[in-house]
Write a protein that binds this ligand. Structure first.
Ligand code: HEC
Ligand code: HEC
Ligand code: HEC
Ligand code: HEC
Ligand code: HEC
Ligand code: HEC
Ligand code: HEC
Length: 395
């Protein structure tokens, strides 16, 4: 990933030191900086629970099956979301099981993933030499693509240089990792992933993966499960068991409920993994690639104003359910704020003006699908706006 020029980064860091943005920032930075309060790093430095946070002990986690006992509907729905299914041991990947061979070739390098019933072998040949390793973990439910990590004899993680893309129905370069002239077969095949980076990958794609500052590969829960968003649940289960059996004295629910967050925090909560405004700013990612970060884009919409409960992520998405893919299913969310008959004027409860063009399918025109080349796929631009043909991508 590209980094912002060091000078800018330092300036931003200094401004943010000590917590929330102060008014000073409005003088020194474009008004944009008001779109974000804290970066994920800042949230993680606070004492309250925040997604991707590590834990001292694995004991606090109970797993989704334990939650299902009392929250049956939420649990059965959440299990089938892309978030829950977004990573797995390579041996459990349906994409890999569904293809006997996946191939890719660039110059003299020929890449191959060969899949047997319970193992996938990743190999590269340069015509004279070849290397081969079994894949360990698969990342990505497959709506867009799936990337792979494996280990060599040194016990370290390596990222395969190639990724499966749904739209190519085959392999391509791993996003942002394209190499035109690798130094040799090793570099052509993989990129070393250090411990700190591996911890970050797993913390966004799995649950209970960082224990005592280390990656706990053998006990992690693959995918984004209940406790990734609600904090470890053992105390809650005990407290609720007690409450339901009539034990006196149980008042606290002992679990994190994001429903109580203020609007900006609620968006930054999902941004812990999806990238909030500060995360994207500090990473230096710009242009169409930033549409992968819904939280960063959403808050730059005029609709957002200074932060609005009617426009947080959960106003449109139930994180316990599958993504709705019909534009008409999102109209209700827009019409919480927009008046919707011709000539109607905005009101106190509906501050948004009426559309002069249409009465339904609002997102189909105002949240355009944007092609992100390195992902070989479209992402939905969450910067709600009037789209003018030929305009440059609005940063
Ligand atoms: C023994 C039954 C039981 C189990 C098991 C259980 N819950 Fe609950 N949960 C409840 C009850 C009852 C409430 C409502 C408590 C109240 O409103 O006082 C609740 C409330 C919650 C809330 C809202 C808390 C709040 O403060 O508003 C969340 C979030 C939650 N549960 C998540 C989970 C998760 C995640 C798991 C699994 C780790 C889980 N629950 C397991 C019974 C259970
Ligand atoms: C612990 C990390 C994490 C958190 C927190 C998180 N997400 Fe996600 N989310 C992911 C990952 C990883 C994916 C990619 C799944 C895939 O396609 O492989 C994803 C995918 C999604 C999708 C696309 C689903 C699809 O069917 O393509 C939606 C919508 C989404 N998240 C909404 C949310 C919302 C809303 C929140 C906050 C309430 C949230 N996420 C919080 C990690 C997270
Ligand atoms: C800060 C959290 C975070 C980190 C760190 C992270 N990811 Fe992701 N990743 C996400 C989220 C959220 C998505 C879904 C949105 C998107 O595609 O950008 C995603 C999407 C993906 C996808 C595409 C899946 C799809 O179908 O949309 C792949 C593949 C992937 N990540 C692999 C990795 C690998 C491998 C690493 C580590 C080298 C990694 N990610 C690190 C949060 C993260
Ligand atoms: C991607 C993050 C995410 C995951 C994963 C997730 N939740 Fe939630 N959950 C939320 C958010 C956000 C809310 C608050 C919803 C709102 O604001 O309406 C919530 C609310 C809840 C509530 C309280 C509802 C209320 O009325 O206040 C319960 C109970 C709950 N979740 C249970 C679960 C269980 C059980 C699982 C696993 C099967 C789970 N959640 C997985 C994000 C998540
Ligand atoms: C005003 C409604 C609205 C809000 C608010 C909203 N989304 Fe979306 N989101 C959509 C629509 C519409 C789609 C596209 C659905 C489709 O056609 O597949 C989408 C798609 C997505 C996807 C799938 C990948 C993509 O780009 O198409 C992810 C991930 C996502 N949203 C995350 C979030 C997060 C995180 C938030 C909070 C910052 C959020 N969304 C807020 C309407 C909304
Ligand atoms: C929280 C309330 C709220 C929600 C929800 C909301 N809007 Fe808005 N929207 C507004 C307000 C208020 C304005 C006028 C802002 C201004 O002029 O500064 C606005 C402005 C707009 C504009 C004009 C932007 C421009 O560049 O001039 C469009 C287009 C728009 N909204 C579409 C939508 C669509 C589509 C949705 C649903 C996906 C939606 N809005 C959801 C409050 C909202
Ligand atoms: C077929 C595409 C399309 C659909 C569907 C659509 N719009 Fe629009 N909308 C436009 C265009 C184009 C404009 C700009 C019109 C102009 O400036 O002449 C616009 C303008 C607007 C504006 C700015 C009005 C103003 O007075 O500044 C708002 C707000 C808006 N739309 C909201 C919505 C909402 C809410 C919906 C769903 C009920 C919706 N739109 C559905 C294309 C669409």
């Amino acid at each position: 990933m590209l980094l912002a020029p060091q000078a800018l980064r330092n300036a931003l860091m200094t401004l943010r030191r000590g917590g929330r943005l102060v008014l000073l920032a409005t003088v020194l930075l474009p008004s944009h900086s008001l779109f974000g309060q804290l970066s994920t790093e800042d949230h993680l430095a606070e004492s309250t629970f925040w997604p991707t946070q590590g834990c001292e002990s694995r004991e606090g986690f109970v797993g989704a099956a334990a939650c299902a006992k009392c929250h049956a509907v939420k649990s059965s729905q959440q299990e089938s979301t892309q978030m829950a299914l977004n990573m797995m041991p390579a041996s459990a990947s349906e994409i890999l099981r569904g293809h006997s061979d996946l191939t890719f070739a660039v110059n003299k390098y020929k890449y191959k993933i060969e899949n047997a019933a319970d193992q996938s072998n990743y190999s590269v040949s340069d015509g004279t030499k070849s290397l081969s390793f079994p894949l360990a973990w698969a990342f990505g439910a497959g709506r867009v693509g799936q990337s792979y990590l494996f280990k060599k004899d040194d016990g370290q993680f390596y990222e395969a240089r190639v990724t499966y893309f749904a739209n190519l129905k085959n392999l391509g370069f791993t996003p942002s990792r394209e190499l035109s002239s690798p130094s040799g077969i090793d570099e052509a095949m993989y990129r070393p992933v250090g411990q700190a980076e591996a911890i970050r990958c797993f913390s966004c794609h799995a649950t209970a993966s960082t224990i005592g500052g280390h990656l706990d590969e053998s006990h992690l829960i693959p995918g984004v499960s209940c406790e990734a968003c609600h904090s470890p649940g053992r105390k809650h289960v005990l407290a609720m068991d007690g409450m339901l059996s009539g034990k006196p004295g149980t008042k606290k629910t002992e679990i994190f409920n994001p429903a109580h967050l203020a609007p900006t925090e609620a968006v930054e909560f999902c941004g812990a993994c999806h990238g909030d405004w500060w995360d994207v700013k500090l990473s230096g990612v710009k242009g169409v690639s930033s549409t992968r970060s819904a939280p960063a884009r959403l808050v730059t919409s005029k609709c957002w104003g200074k932060g609005e409960a009617r426009l947080t992520c959960t106003a449109c998405h139930d994180p316990h359910q599958q993504l709705k893919t019909e534009s008409v299913e999102y109209d209700e969310a827009c019409l919480q704020c927009h008046v919707n008959s011709s000539g109607a004027k905005p009101t106190a409860s509906h501050p948004g003006p009426a559309c002069p063009t249409a009465r339904e399918r609002c997102t189909s025109c105002h949240m355009p699908k944007t092609y992100v080349p390195e992902m070989h796929s479209n992402f939905t631009d969450h910067r709600i706006r009037i789209v003018r043909s030929g305009e440059p991508f609005p940063e």
